[in-house]
Structure formats: structure tokens, C-alpha cells
Design a binder for this molecule. Structure first.
Ligand SMILES: Cc1cc2nc3c(=O)[nH]c(=O)nc-3n(C[C@H](O)[C@H](O)[C@H](O)COP(=O)(O)O)c2cc1C
Length: 198
């Protein structure tokens, strides 16, 4: 159906341009060592892939200074920034290591994974080894095995990560803004059980 404004409409929904639908995604700071220094870029297109072995995937543009370091060393880090780190996270997403040195933006340390720079200020840091690079026409997906996960003790409750304490920085795609976690809605894997069949 075409509405009065000339838009295509199906049910109550207007048909918009094709593309990934707008979504709210967590952000991470992907780290590697390139040209002898630590470098980080902001990534919102990342996901867990498998539990065993723990596998993570990140979609990257073809030209990323961070990616060059990952391909060279076969290791990388994934650091989860908090809402308080919004400025530096945005900076890492708009300035490239090809042009600026981002190594002094954070307190960096290394865990058991060589050349995987971990950010002290981020409550969660993950050291990974590169297992595959999947090539697509416009992007590459780097796939890694999680070798080590470090969590700020202040974010743990009885040994489990408490997301409220992590305060992850979320990004409303495309174009922003950045947002924080909202209110809890219901218990996952539980609330659905109360749905009665008609
Ligand atoms: C909020 C946000 C999310 C981003 N997500 C991605 C992403 O998922 N994949 C990607 O390749 N670039 C992403 N970028 C862009 C890179 O972070 C940016 O190109 C960065 O400058 C690359 O740095 P590098 O060349 O030092 O690696 C994002 C940028 C911002 C601000």
C-alpha cells in the first residue's frame, strides 16, 4: 500500500532503505600491537560465536591499524569500556593509528597473551588468539579464541560479573547516541514460562 506521502507501507510499518536495522550494540576497544606500540579501535560489530572453545568475532573495515597488528601477531585484546569512558572510546573510533599514537590514552598491561594490550581502566579485558579471518567484499571478520578474561573485582558479586557494576557503554546504531543500560525488564529464560497457551 502507498500512503498519502507516497511511502510504501505494510501493516503499520513504513518500508525504509535496505540495510542493517537500527540496533543498540555494546562497544568494545579492540587492542593490538602494531609498529611496536599498543593501539586500540572502537568496535560495535562484535559478538560471541561459541562457548567451547570460547570464540569471539569482530567485524572490521578493510583498513584498520589495529587489524594490521592482529594479523601480524595473531593475538588481540577486547576491552569493555564503561559509560564514563565515552570520550576516549569515541576518540578511538574517529582517529586512526595510521595517523595518531593512541598508546598513551590508557594504562596498559599485559596478561598471559603476548601482544594483547589490556586496558586497566576497562572493567573487563579479554586476551584472545586469532583463529581465522573471514573476508567479505567490504569488511573482514576476525575470529579469535578467548584465552583469558580479567574482571575488575569491584564488578563481581559472589564471583559473577554484575552488569550494573560494569556500566557498559552502548551505541545506538547507526550514528549514535551512546547510551547506558536501562532498567531491568524481566528475568531472562524465566519470564516466558509464565505465558499461558490459549
Ligand atoms: C561507536 C563506533 C563504533 C565503531 N564500530 C566499528 C566496527 O564495528 N568495526 C570497524 O571496523 N570500525 C568501527 N568503528 C570505526 C573505527 O573504530 C575507526 O575507523 C578507527 O579509527 C580505526 O582505528 P585504527 O585504524 O587505529 O584501527 C567504530 C567507530 C565508532 C565511533
Amino acid at each position: 500500500m502507498i500512503n498519502q506521502q507516497g511511502d510504501r507501507v505494510i501493516m503499520k510499518k513504513k518500508v525504509i532503505d535496505k540495510g542493517m536495522p537500527p540496533l543498540v550494540l555494546p562497544t568494545c576497544l579492540l587492542g593490538s600491537v602494531n609498529e611496536g606500540r599498543a593501539n586500540f579501535c572502537t568496535v560495535a560489530w562484535f559478538t560471541m560465536i561459541d562457548d567451547e572453545p570460547p570464540t569471539i568475532g569482530l567485524v572490521l573495515g578493510k583498513k584498520r591499524f589495529t587489524k594490521d597488528g592482529i594479523v601480524a601477531n595473531k593475538t588481540f585484546s577486547v576491552n569493555i569500556p564503561t559509560v564514563e569512558q565515552v570520550k576516549v572510546t569515541d576518540y578511538c573510533g574517529i582517529r586512526s593509528g595510521y595517523k595518531v599514537d593512541k598508546s598513551s590514552l590508557f594504562t596498559i598491561h599485559y596478561g598471559s597473551v603476548e601482544h594483547a594490550p589490556l586496558i586497566e581502566e576497562c572493567p573487563i579485558s579479554i586476551g584472545c588468539s586469532l583463529s581465522q579471518v573471514l573476508e567479505f567484499p567490504g569488511v573482514d571478520m576476525i575470529i579469535g579464541t578467548v584465552e583469558e578474561v580479567l574482571v575488575d573485582e569491584a564488578c563481581l558479586i559472589e564471583g559473577k560479573v554484575d552488569q550494573r557494576r560494569v556500566k557498559p557503554l552502548l551505541y545506538a546504531m547507526p550514528g549514535g547516541p551512546y547510551v547506558g543500560m536501562g532498567e531491568e525488564v524481566a528475568k531472562a529464560f524465566s519470564i516466558g514460562k509464565s505465558l499461558k497457551k490459549k
